[in-house]
Design a protein around this ligand. Structure first.
Ligand code: PEP
Length: 250
């Protein structure tokens, strides 16, 4: 049985004060979250603070991005090994905001995925279609292309040591959640595609859903056969809401 993983992506939000309050609120309720695996992904600069605050907690932490490079003259970049130095378990790669706002393409995302693994981080690989692509009926083609870039570079085995997040771009931060069935259909497609290459990998990999998940819709989503948790944006900034989502997976 795959465990449910709920990962919060805080994006470009927070201050030292608000992050301390948020972590205090989440840890106060973590005992009621059952077997759900939980992670938070703060902005880079707050990772050491979050690491200290979570030292006695079951909650893991990760980064929202990682450099494709390991070291050298790459101004502004943060390497995977640096993130490991501060106890990160996960690194999100290929978030749709990185793909669309910072022009990060499939090949670049695959190199970031590889860099995360070289450093011992578990990549959370985001895939998903835009509204236009869904309306054109090419959702599966888009998701397959995004996955294939990583499989080509790193091999199918590497997917088994990562987490996939299916995030339809039209549902991110819009309040429009994919229906549980719409999400399940794409999750089943992803798992089926992976099974065609390696059944053990397909059975093992956690596939998260992301896109306007809240306490009120998490139970239905997590009840679907191929949905193994959520990548949570807006709702992860509210301790009560985030805990409600975590409880839905417990
Ligand atoms: C995200 O950005 O990964 C996300 C799922 O955001 P939201 O939950 O706010 O839609």
């Amino acid at each position: 049985m795959r465990q449910i993983l709920v990962a919060g992506n805080w994006k470009l939000n927070g201050s030292l004060d608000s992050i301390t309050q948020l972590i205090t609120g989440i840890t106060a309720g973590e005992d009621d979250t059952g077997k759900t695996q939980i992670a938070v992904c703060p902005p880079f600069v707050y990772i050491p603070v979050v690491a200290d605050l979570l030292a006695d907690s079951k909650i893991a932490w990760g980064s929202q991005d990682v450099s494709d490079r390991d070291a050298g003259a790459f101004t502004g970049e943060v390497a995977g090994a640096m993130l490991r130095d501060f106890g990160c378990t996960y690194a999100i790669v290929g978030h749709s905001e990185r793909r669309s706002l910072y022009a990060e393409d499939d090949a670049f995302t695959a190199r970031k995925f590889a860099a995360a693994r070289r450093a011992g981080l578990t990549p959370i690989l985001c895939v998903g279609e835009t509204l236009e692509e869904r309306e054109q009926g090419i959702t599966e083609d888009v998701v397959a292309r995004q996955l294939d870039a990583v499989i080509k570079l790193e091999g199918i085995g590497a997917i088994g040591e990562s987490v996939i997040a299916y995030e339809p771009v039209w549902a991110i931060g819009t309040g429009k959640t994919a229906s549980p069935q719409q999400a399940q259909d794409v999750h089943a497609f992803i798992r089926g595609k992976l099974a065609g290459l390696d059944k053990a990998v397909a059975d093992k990999v956690q596939i998260l859903y992301g896109g306007s998940v809240k306490g009120a819709n998490a139970t239905e989503l997590f009840a679907m056969a191929d949905i193994d948790g959520g990548l949570i944006g807006g709702a992860s900034l509210d301790a009560g809401e985030f805990l409600a989502i975590c409880k839905a997976g417990g």
